[in-house]
Design a protein around this ligand. Sequence first.
Ligand code: ADP
Ligand code: MG
Length: 288
Amino acid sequence: MNNPGFAASDSNSGNGSTNVALKLEDLQKDYFLKGETVHALNGVTFEVPEGDFLSIMGPSGSGKSTLLNLVGCLDRPTGGKLYMGPDDVSQMSDNQLSQIRATRIGFVFQSFNLIPQLTLVENIEVPLYYQGKLSRTSRKHCEEMADLVGLGDRLNHRPAQLSGGQQQRAAIARSLVNDPFFVLADEPTGNLDTKTTEEILHLFGDLNKAGKTIVMVTHEDEVAAFTRRVIRLRDGLMEFDRKNDSFGSAYGHGRADLTAPDQPTSPAATSPAATSPDSPAPPAAEEP
Ligand code: ADP
Ligand code: MG
């Protein structure tokens, strides 16, 4: 089902069964704005094994979206290396990066980024449209994706006729249409209420169980509690990288407490995200 295209020999932790899906080595990103340099990422190093379900946390401005955009090949690092399997994507051409975005990566954004004029099933087709892959069979495939996220009976609804949670489900279906290896989500529950947030997190959990490697940016401890592992950024540096020992219990009644006793969570990290200035517009996000 997956589409790794990665060398099988790249294993970690000595048990030989887990491949490294992503490797960040001293990853840096500077932005140049009106003569000023913003050091958004200052050298971040970690690995993501295949099948991981990782949240990236940190206060506003700590570099979370920058990191996700680099991993999603939407932008290029200023320094350091970024490997996808054995491939160093920091050295790739624009065409190669487009190819990776189109075949290996599904994106989900806080503001859903559905196209208002299109129906639900047409929205799911958008990535295929941009790749010239629309065909007689693709409509059926998109209907199956809608079914997978529980929206099989809403195919001809337009986004405005759907609830926020349904819109995010549609966006998740769209992200899956190319059977990507990675699902990358930037504050995917930032615009949703608590109950809908849980539903969406359960959906991500199911996708992860089905084999997708998921990297999710979030401000909220309650959201991160649903993931296997939490990395926290501060000022473009990694503050901690922690396995979530309670992973799984979040799917029952209890929630994991990820607040480090020695690292109190700042108010900025727990307040809900208000806006999503960093989410690209839909065609830009989905375009190869
Ligand atoms: P987060 O997602 O954690 O809120 P970002 O990755 O969006 O943080 O931003 C990290 C830093 O980089 C911030 O200081 C932000 O202002 C800056 N930044 C992000 N994108 C740009 C850009 N396109 N141009 C200039 N500065 C940027
Ligand atoms: Mg952000």
